[in-house]
Design a binder for this molecule. Structure first.
Ligand code: ADP
Ligand code: MG
Length: 683
């Protein structure tokens, strides 16, 4: 029996016609293996219950005795059949709709098993069906799998067919996990697990089966990741950065503050990668305000002092300008040149800049996606940093990287991805985490109020500004829309100018020109604007430590991670900061989301709550996340398993016999075919 289940066509299963085979293809099932791995998404519970323990509204199955004569009422084509039954000494009425054919089988004294919805007050069961023990039962007493079906494929046909496939081919299901792991975690064999997933005898067996398959799924995923990394490690001849420690220390000492311990730790991790000949591919994650920019600055400094150029790519012009300014300030004493390249740099100016860059006269270039245009050349690109990576499209990062010869890559994200998710999503990257904010920061207090409290919010704004602070007011829309009844920035700007004649109120949105935006931001940085009415153009990266109040209009219009990003614009200095969410969400989930924001200002916790409320797909936004989809594993619930699986995968791969083992043979096809492994996962 050397035949692989992959090669067995569906028609080999008794009862599967060519027609049905075609219909199964629509579900992505084209061979016996795929059918056997078509798992149910839930179970219907037909296990027998006792009426003494059931609750009102429960869907239950009970065995009972028929106590009377059935009564059938017909209404045209519809019918209602009732009968007195007794179970556990309790008399109750069972009612079936449109099951008139059952009537003749309901003979007094006969045993019956009925399933349906229980109403304890009226001692009544609204039954969906019935089975009779004297004729043999198939469903009663079991957990029945529920598959995703449709078209001509019905639930009962699917159950029957998978059962049949298990009977014919179940013995051929191969084991995929190494024996040592099966022993280590006392996992049940794969064949048993797959059979039990389709027809668990009881909860325990179902759980054991799931535990085994979840581990397998996560382990094989991690194994692919780690195998890929191991294969590429030796191959890649990355840039070797040679700047010595003393030089870098000098720069670090010139910073206006001392690095936090968390920053020191990631700094070492990054410099270590940069000095080695491996190609660095590192994700730096840290909550908003944790101080990632300065880490990028140190890395960029190191590349310049090693004789290379550095590039920093950011998603918005506002951020590009801000980073250029702050890097210029930090690097000026060291004679390092920093240039800005965005879409607004054009003509002569752009030409000169590109020429200088190509000649190596510019050490560091900061920019938006303007950096990845075709005519941008570097003399010797040593390090590519992307800030706010989640904002970039799938290909943009890799284009930038190809502008050098295997430059080191540092990817920064403030999207607070719980560590385990990061490891999963970026399984072939190294992950550094800044786990604490700079000392002396006061946690941001967050309030959620309804629209009718706007007067008090205005009072709050006035108080903060009168104390010398600044505030943001964020709107979902730029201008009035007849489709959406939400606050728009242009109208609110006018209202605020009227409400606060003594303050300078600024307006910022995406439809202004770059020069206009720059001017408004300059005034806001300089505290010549105290109140900034804006759209989400300030969502990422903007750093004005004197701003202490963030007011978000129609906050329920934004995602949780977006709200957290917006909130992160305040709480960046020594003053206490506040975030006020103004929203009247109708739905329960909407209210939960607002509550979640008020309960924590820890980005990891926000992300976790968001995952719970929305599911991971949504959180990361479309397919760009590169987040794998698992069949059984749940990234939130199975966190620990994922980490465990990763450790096991790492140690298996370190064992040299792995590369000649059947398990590696099985992975090899995958490693070659899957596109994600050609560059790096996030590209
Ligand atoms: P983010 O991680 O959100 O990009 P930034 O790099 O913009 O955060 O840093 C937020 C603010 O904290 C900035 O004003 C920065 O100058 C300041 N900062 C960074 N590191 C420290 C530190 N170790 N001590 C004090 N302030 C710091
Ligand atoms: Mg930042």
């Amino acid at each position: 029996m050397n035949m692989k289940l992959d090669h067995i066509v569906l028609k080999q299963i008794n009862g599967v016609s060519a027609l049905k085979e075609g219909e199964l293809h629509a579900f992505g099932i084209s061979n016996v293996r795929e059918l056997l791995e078509y798992y149910p998404f839930r179970y219907e519970d037909y296990r027998l219950r006792s009426l003494t323990e059931v609750k009102d509204g429960d869907k239950i199955t009970v065995q009972a005795k028929i106590m009377g004569i059935p009564v059938l009422q017909r209404y045209g084509k519809k019918s209602r059949l009732t009968c007195k039954l007794m179970a556990d000494e309790w008399m109750f009425t069972a009612t079936w709709f449109n099951r008139h054919f059952l009537k003749d089988q309901l003979t007094a004294g006969r045993e019956i098993i009925v399933s349906g919805k229980w109403d304890g007050k009226r001692m009544q069961l609204t039954a969906s069906d019935a089975e009779f023990p004297d004729k043999g039962t198939t469903r009663s007493g079991t957990l029945q799998p529920v598959y995703s079906v449709g078209g001509k494929i019905t639930q009962s046909w699917m159950r029957k067919t998978i059962n049949q496939a298990l009977q014919q081919f179940g013995e051929m299901i191969p084991e995929l996990l190494p024996q040592q792991l099966i022993r280590k975690y006392s996992l049940i064999p794969r064949k048993q697990a797959i059979a039990a997933i389709h027809r668990p005898q009881d909860n325990r067996e179902g759980q054991e089966a799931r535990r085994r398959m979840v581990f397998e799924e996560l382990f094989l995923f991690q194994l692919k990741m780690q195998a890929f990394r191991a294969l590429n490690r030796g191959k890649m001849n990355g840039v070797v950065h040679t700047a010595d420690n003393a030089t870098i220390r000098e720069f670090v000492r010139s910073l206006p503050f001392e690095l936090t311990d968390a920053q020191k730790k990631v700094e070492l991790e990054i410099l270590h990668d940069m000095r080695s000949s491996n190609c660095m591919n590192r994700l730096l994650q840290g909550d908003v305000g944790s101080g990632k920019t300065v880490i990028a600055a140190i890395a960029l400094f190191a590349t310049v002092r090693s004789g290379f150029q550095g590039a920093l790519m950011v998603p918005t012009e506002i951020l590009a300008e801000q980073h250029t300014r702050s890097l210029q300030r930090l690097f000026e004493p060291f004679g390092i040149t920093v240039a800005l390249l965005t879409g607004s740099v054009t003509g002569r100016k752009r030409k000169d800049l590109l020429a200088s860059l190509q000649m190596g006269l510019i050490d560091i270039v900061v920019g938006t996606h303007a950096l990845i245009q075709e005519d941008v050349y570097f003399r010797q690109l040593g390090l590519v940093v992307t800030d706010e990576q989640h904002r970039f499209g799938v290909n943009q990062r890799s284009v930038l990287r190809r502008k050098g010869y295997n430059p080191d890559v540092l990817t920064m994200t403030a999207t607070p991805i719980p560590r385990t998710l990061a490891i999963t999503a970026f399984g072939d990257m190294d992950v550094s985490t800044i786990s604490e904010r700079p000392k002396g920061r006061i946690p941001i207090s967050t309030y959620w109020v309804k629209h009718d409290k706007m007067d008090r919010v205005l009072g709050f704004i006035s108080r903060e500004v009168n104390q010398g602070r600044q505030a943001y007011l964020i709107c979902p829309l730029i201008e009035e829309s007849d489709k959406l009844d939400v606050q728009n920035a242009i109208d609110l700007h006018i209202q605020m100018q009227q409400a606060f004649p003594d303050f300078k109120v600024g307006l910022l949105h995406g439809r202004m020109t770059a020069a206009e935006k720059e001017e408004v931001m300059r005034l806001f940085y300089a505290n010549e604007i105290q109140l900034l009415v804006s759209t989400t153009v300030v969502e990422v990266g903007v750093d004005v430590p004197n701003a202490t109040l963030m007011v978000i209009m129609d906050a329920d219009r934004f995602g949780l991670s977006q709200l957290h990003q917006l909130r992160g614009r305040v709480g960046r200095g020594e003053h206490a900061s506040y975030c006020v969410l103004i929203a009247d969400p109708k739905s329960e989930v909407g209210q939960e989301r607002m509550k979640a924001m008020t309960e924590t200002d820890d980005g990891f916790e926000v992300a976790r709550r968001d995952l719970e409320l929305r599911g991971p797909g949504d959180f990361f936004g479309t397919k760009q996340s590169g987040l794998p989809e698992f069949r059984l594993a749940d990234m939130v619930a199975d966190f620990e398993v994922l980490e465990q699986a990763r450790e096991d995968a790492v140690s298996l791969i370190q064992d040299s016999s792995f590369w000649t083992s059947p398990i590696y043979e099985g992975l090899r096809d995958y490693l070659q075919q899957e596109q994600i492994f050609q560059g790096d996962l996030i590209d």
